[in-house]
Design a protein around this ligand. Structure first.
Ligand code: SF4
Ligand code: SF4
Length: 387
């Protein structure tokens, strides 16, 4: 039973409530989704831990409402950072999902991505006719393999093009994985572990054929799947080096970038920052751009505020996701930065949507697209249109 591993921690919860609102200066809301829910106790960490306990003790049958509350969580990990007794809350919530999904308990809204990944290896459905990866980056083997992942390929194809141009501009021998398959992380997040393993095995087989030495991912979910989750499974284990795009670029860009005299703010994606401790590498890459002024939002590093899309929330509760991204956007706008930069397609797509809809005076950019721009031309573009 997945939850049994965490029983000790589940019983340790003191029900203090610091996982909802911390109340200290700069940390008003710990749980990013809670203010946008119906505010039941089970809609933030304390109540979810209690639900986990009830499931562990087989004390209740999970109703559709409870299931909804369990899956309103983005697994962002902010509650874990603020829990005074340091409970491993993300692991507990993931185990709870694993427990329920393993027993056939699934949100209806997640059925489609489960089906699409099984059928097409991609949560967004069948592969479109148009090829996203440029021809020069499609190779059978290469030392450096960029793995774009499903969300970049389908929702932000400009990322794939930017990485291709960037790597070419850096003079690398590289290929971009062009099989349109997902790393399986969306299934991992919703607790569908068998489906995750099957999807990951299919993707690993295709990666192995390319014989890379280094795999680079700009999507934190792909990065975590390849670097950490696959290594925990005998069938998926590999000996490729896995790097996040920011780690990969850091030693390669100093002295090669043209000026960008603009204020820029960096959004820490939860899976990159809190889950994997990568905070400084992307900031350091940005600091390599002459003239660029890096400013922090009110919440940053381990206190960063989630964009609202993680944990499957984007697929199941778009209303919550949309309101949550607005809170983060307010923080970005308060810095008066011209660019809101991140390196997660989920965060980027949410910001882009919200900025365009509200015609906000900030430009969303991914690390790859921004660095590609300054590697090529340097720019003093007008960001006021927000697109
Ligand atoms: S902060 Fe930690 S101990 Fe306190 S209620 Fe939340 S999960 Fe329980
Ligand atoms: S992981 Fe994030 S969304 Fe989930 S309960 Fe904790 S703070 Fe809230």
């Amino acid at each position: 039973m997945a939850l049994e591993r965490f029983a000790r921690y589940i019983y340790d919860c003191t029900r203090c409530g610091f996982c909802r609102v911390w109340g200290w200066e700069g940390v008003e809301h710990v749980c990013p989704t809670y203010p946008h829910t119906t505010a039941w106790d089970t809609e933030y960490a304390r109540g979810r831990v209690r639900l986990a306990r009830a499931v562990l003790e087989k004390e209740l049958d999970v109703t559709p409402d409870m299931l909804e509350h369990i899956y309103e969580c983005t697994l962002c990990g902010n509650c874990e950072v603020h829990c005074p007794i340091e409970l491993p809350l993300v692991d507990i919530f993931h185990a709870l999902r694993e427990e329920l999904a393993g027993g056939g308990c699934q949100l209806q809204t997640h059925e489609q991505i489960t089906f699409f990944i099984e059928r097409y290896d991609n949560p967004y459905g069948p592969k479109p006719d148009e090829e996203v990866v440029p021809e020069y980056a499609r190779k059978e083997t290469a030392e450096v393999l960029f793995f774009p992942g499903c969300t970049n390929t389908r929702m932000a194809p400009e990322e794939v093009e930017a990485v291709a141009e960037l790597f070419q501009g850096l003079g690398l021998d590289f290929a971009i994985f062009d099989d349109d398959t997902c790393c399986g992380f969306p299934l991992y997040e919703i607790g569908q572990m068998e489906g995750f393993r099957r999807a990951a095995a299919r993707t690993m087989e295709r990666i192995r054929r390319r014989q890379p030495k280094i795999i680079v991912a700009s999507c934190p979910a792909c990065y975590r799947a390849l670097k950490e989750l696959y290594q925990q499974d005998e069938e998926l284990r590999h000996d490729f080096e896995v790097q996040h795009l920011s780690e990969f670029l850091l030693p390669r860009v100093p002295g090669r970038l043209k000026p960008l005299v603009e204020k820029v703010t960096w959004h820490d994606p939860c899976v990159l920052g809190r889950h994997q401790g990568i905070y400084e590498e992307p900031r350091e890459v940005l600091r390599q751009v002459p003239g660029l002024e890096l400013v922090e939002m009110e919440s940053h590093h381990e206190n960063s505020l989630c964009c609202g899309a993680g944990g499957g929330v984007f697929f199941s509760r778009q209303d919550v996701a949309v309101k949550t991204v607005e809170s983060r956007l307010e923080q970005a706008l308060a810095t008066r930065a011209r660019y809101l930069v991140t390196s997660c397609p989920n965060c980027y797509v949410r910001f882009r949507q919200s900025i365009r809809k509200g015609r906000r005076p900030i430009r969303p950019a991914s690390l790859a697209t921004l660095i590609n721009e300054v590697l090529k031309h340097g720019t003093d573009t007008d960001a006021s249109s927000g697109d």
